[in-house]
Design a protein around this ligand. Structure first.
Ligand SMILES: C[S@@+](CC[C@H](N)C(=O)[O-])C[C@H]1O[C@@H](n2cnc3c(N)ncnc32)[C@H](O)[C@@H]1O
Length: 304
């Protein structure tokens, strides 16, 4: 077992001092800027396009936007006409983000390349073929930017931020994405059912999932060695933690829910564990699971 002591003590403290969980929640949402949201949105657009799964959606649902609706603003500047954000934890008043509208627009105006840390990512160039000049002149016009700012303040058909899953409508969006979220969801089967419900038949979705230990262990995959009792203490009363589900769990849930897997882009890591160090519950992990540090999954809900 290879845990790091600080996160363990942190989780333990939340069991006795609940206000610490709140402080941790804020720390889990670092201040990020327009460049981050531009690169998140563009990496999803480009990876979907790379796997021939981008069809210029008009409506988008983002699961787990966290601290900001920056991805949604980038989507609305790209030609999306309805953006819905759903986060289980109500963490933001969207009205305070109007500065991001002009900042993000300037990236599109400049057709800026986007930054991703992975040197092998299939493309970092601005995908000009997806953003026709005529279309962009409308979605970068001062009037459209003002409509986005208004929607951030008032929330309307253009943009909404929801915290109650039951308010999400069936078959209501063309495209669905999540970034660094599915590794935190406690009930993944329920989440896949929700995504199936919301996506229209024929719609695509992309998910970026980080399978690493998120600093809980000295090894990037050391979380798969921690016994369940100790993991429960480490989690404590944190609002969300990591679920330790490996890649194969997502592949199985996609298939079980009825989604077609259209593509997968993985980043591999050398396992820092020997098999006899694994928690008994993770002994079955394949070599592929044990060495997959992160993945983009691209899937489609088939036409019924
Ligand atoms: C690490 S943050 C990622 C935020 C953002 N996507 C980003 O890239 O910065 C994970 C987010 O997932 C949300 N989350 C966790 N479980 C969830 C669930 N079951 N349903 C919806 N959102 C969830 C959390 O509230 C949090 O805002």
């Amino acid at each position: 077992m290879k845990i790091r002591i600080k996160p363990f003590l942190g989780g333990l403290t939340t069991l006795f001092v609940p206000s610490v969980a709140d402080a941790m929640r804020c720390r889990n949402y670092p201040q990020v800027d327009a460049a981050y949201y531009y690169s998140v949105w563009m990496s999803h657009v480009c990876i979907a396009n790379y796997f021939k799964s981008w069809d210029s959606p008009e409506s988008v649902l983002e699961i787990g936007p966290g601290k900001s609706l920056g991805v949604g603003i980038a989507a609305l500047l790209s030609g999306v006409q309805k953006y819905v954000a759903f986060d289980a934890n109500p963490v933001l008043p969207p009205g305070t983000e109007s500065h991001l509208v002009a900042e993000l627009a300037s990236y599109f105006q400049r057709k800026a390349p986007f930054v991703v840390s992975d040197p092998n990512f299939p493309t970092k160039a601005f995908p000009a073929e997806l953003f026709a000049a005529e279309r962009m002149s409308y979605f970068l016009s001062p009037e459209w930017l003002e409509r986005i700012r208004f929607a951030l303040r008032e929330q309307n058909d253009l943009l909404s931020y929801l915290n109650d899953a039951t308010t999400l409508e069936a078959n209501s969006v063309d495209y669905l994405l999540s970034h660094s979220v599915l590794e935190h969801v406690d009930d993944l089967r329920e989440m896949y059912a929700l995504m199936w419900k919301c996506l229209r038949p024929g719609g695509y979705m992309t998910h970026s999932i980080d399978f690493s230990s998120h600093g809980t262990s000295s090894e990037w995959n050391g979380h798969w060695s921690v016994p369940d009792w100790m993991w429960r203490l480490m989690k404590g009363k944190r609002m969300y933690f990591i679920n330790r589900a490996p890649l194969s769990t997502h592949q199985a849930l996609l298939a079980e829910s009825g989604f077609e897997l259209k593509g997968m882009y993985t980043i591999k890591g050398k396992s820092g564990l020997t098999r006899d160090e694994l928690n008994a519950r993770f002994q079955h992990l394949s070599e592929s699971d044990l060495t997959t540090a992160s993945a983009f999954l691209i899937a489609r809900k088939p036409l019924l």
